[in-house]
Design a binder for this molecule. Structure first.
Ligand code: ATP
Ligand code: MG
Length: 180
């Protein structure tokens, strides 16, 4: 499983349709301060379902929508699409390529799609259980994250081991069954 490409439109500083292709090996983003490198990482977290505006370095979630410049009008929608190679079938969908899309309108309405089919956020989350991808997992290691893991409480750290061991799914399903 690896990231193939990321399409960004109307998200943060990306007013124009922008595609980032992840070639084999390591991809590095280079550029001057404020050119949008961290916004690319934010876009990856966002499309995977991040709900905290703080994690997007924004005050409220609406602030991820391109808010205009001196010469350009603000946009009314942000859209990010992440294409993931699933040749090895690590993600539980029987297709070699999976496309996750998230859209947010200024009205507050939000949409998620998996391979162009509208889904709920829950389905996006479930797709990535036990893969290390997704909220609170370990696939996005931003500045300060290692420190945060090292200084976290044992039960917080335990989550990472459970994710790596592949038992998150059973724990969540178990808790859901208990509530019923
Ligand atoms: P550094 O090297 O300092 O870490 P960077 O390349 O990571 O910089 P980012 O943090 O990705 O830069 O981008 C910051 C820029 O994104 C700022 O210029 C900010 O104005 C712009 N930006 C953030 N949100 C929006 C938005 N909603 N609309 C327009 N521009 C935005
Ligand atoms: Mg940055």
């Amino acid at each position: 499983m690896f990231l193939k490409s990321l399409d960004i439109f109307g998200f943060k500083s990306f007013a124009d349709k922008t595609r980032v292709e992840f070639a084999a090996g390591i991809t590095a983003l280079l550029g001057p301060n404020g050119c949008g490198k961290s916004n690319v990482v934010d876009a990856v977290k966002w499309v995977l379902g991040e709900q905290a505006s703080k994690a997007m370095r924004a005050e409220k979630m609406e602030d991820v929508i391109f808010n205009g410049t001196e010469t350009r009008k603000p946009l009314n929608v942000a859209e990010v699409t992440l294409t993931i190679a699933n040749d090895e079938g690590l993600l539980p969908l029987d297709v070699p390529e999976i496309e996750i899309k998230r859209r947010l309108y200024r009205s507050g309405e939000s949409e998620y799609f998996i391979n162009a089919a509208p889904v709920r956020l829950k389905e996006v989350r479930e797709l990535f259980w036990d893969t290390g991808v997704g909220k609170a997992a370990y696939s996005v290691m931003e500045q300060g994250k290692i420190d945060q893991i090292l200084s976290s409480k044992p039960d917080e750290r335990r989550y990472l081991f459970e994710e790596a061991a592949g038992i998150t799914k059973f724990k969540v399903k178990g808790a859901e069954a208990e509530r019923k």
